[in-house]
Design a protein around this ligand. Structure first.
Ligand code: CA
Length: 362
């Protein structure tokens, strides 16, 4: 029905154009191919930072090229147009039409957003994408961002992250007490319950904070990104696994009004390019992490350590509490929490007889 209307609309526009009295109003305009748009994309990462910044560039290039130049997207690194943690507000206000960040950065104004960034001991990248695209997750995310005039789109996954960089060994849960660590989102709340002090700093500030001792530890992403920041020069012990971020879902934020102004085909370009960027980023991280880890170990003498199991058990216990409490925060967060939890439980059953069984077998 919709397609038919568009065809009719297109034919009408064409006949009006032929008659020399083309009108640029109403739904007819939706299909027009001569409108040109230029969007600014503000990001929470240094420009061209491996994986994240390059992911933003990939997305911007894909949209620009796939639209045949009808929608040009220009990327701004953190601090170029707005600071990293102001991306959400800038896109909401229309200062930029698009943003590239992670949802848990907005926990101060929208606690529910954390479900769409990373959940400690939660779903991994594949599970997260399954929930977002096929489990109702994206609709809930849209509902959460709607009051801000924003349309969220999943635009990348980091895969399982590393636990972080520590300037001392973590041998028991007592070593967490008093620890000042940069760790965002719910992971920070978990650390706090375990006796640590979480800090939220944008990526670009991590190295100096760790080197000067402002923080004792930091997590960032994984070997590929952490090597690029030179974090091995500021701390020696590199812990795994990234219990707090089984994946970080990277978001593309789109100003809803700017999106609505696009013809339907360009809206599709934005959505499809974002899906491609989502897969592209995950592949890039998987392909690059082991290579970077070897460089860290062999060239920079980084000490790889696994968190002791009692520390992980402690984190897991607090993570369940934090998640449950966040799930009670509002009516919306109740809905998101239930959806997330139910989907995660269901998927885990399937993964037990597929991915997990396979990984244990090969
Ligand atoms: Ca991280």
């Amino acid at each position: 029905m919709k397609r038919r209307n568009l065809v009719t609309g297109g034919a009408l526009a064409a006949s009006l154009a032929l008659a020399g009295c083309r009108k640029e109003t109403g739904p007819t305009n939706k299909n027009t191919r001569d409108l040109k748009f230029t969007w600014k994309m503000v990001t929470a990462w240094p420009k061209n930072f491996p994986g994240l910044g390059t992911g933003a560039e990939f997305l911007a290039n894909a949209i620009t090229t796939m639209s045949g130049g009808r929608l040009t997207v220009k990327v701004y690194g953190s601090g170029e147009l707005v600071p990293a943690f102001e991306v959400f507000d800038a896109v909401s206000a229309g200062t930029a039409q698009m943003g590239h960040a992670a949802a848990y950065y907005w926990k101060g104004k929208l606690p529910e957003a954390q479900f769409f960034g990373a959940v400690p001991f939660g779903m991994n990248a594949n599970e997260m994408n399954a929930w977002l695209y096929h489990g109702g997750g994206l609709q809930l995310w849209e509902e959460a961002y709607k009051p801000f005039g924003l349309k969220p789109l999943p635009a990348g996954q980091s895969g399982v992250q590393m636990g972080g960089w520590f300037n001392k060994e973590i041998n028991s849960k007592d070593d967490i007490k008093g620890l000042v660590m940069r760790i965002p989102g719910m992971g920070g709340d978990v650390l706090s319950r375990a006796g640590g002090t979480p800090q939220a700093l944008p990526g670009a500030e991590l190295f100096t904070a760790l080197q000067t001792g402002t923080i004792d530890a930091t997590e960032w992403v994984g070997p590929y990104n952490d090597l690029a920041f030179g974090l091995y020069q500021a701390a020696q012990f590199y812990y795994y696994p990234g219990w707090h971020e089984p994946t970080a879902c990277i978001e593309a934020l789109v100003n809803q009004q700017a999106f609505d102004e696009l013809p339907e085909d360009l809206q599709q370009v934005v959505e499809m390019a974002t899906m491609a960027a989502n897969q592209h980023m995950l592949s890039e991280f998987i392909a690059s992490n082991q290579r970077a880890l070897e460089t860290l170990q062999n060239e920079h003498q980084v000490q790889l350590r696994q968190f002791p199991s009692d520390v992980l058990q402690e984190f897991k216990k607090y993570a369940a509490e934090v998640l449950h409490e966040l799930g009670q925060h509002s009516e919306l967060s109740q809905k998101i929490y239930q959806s997330y939890k139910t989907f995660a439980e269901q998927t885990q059953k399937w993964l037990a007889v597929s991915e997990l069984a396979y990984l244990q077998t090969r």
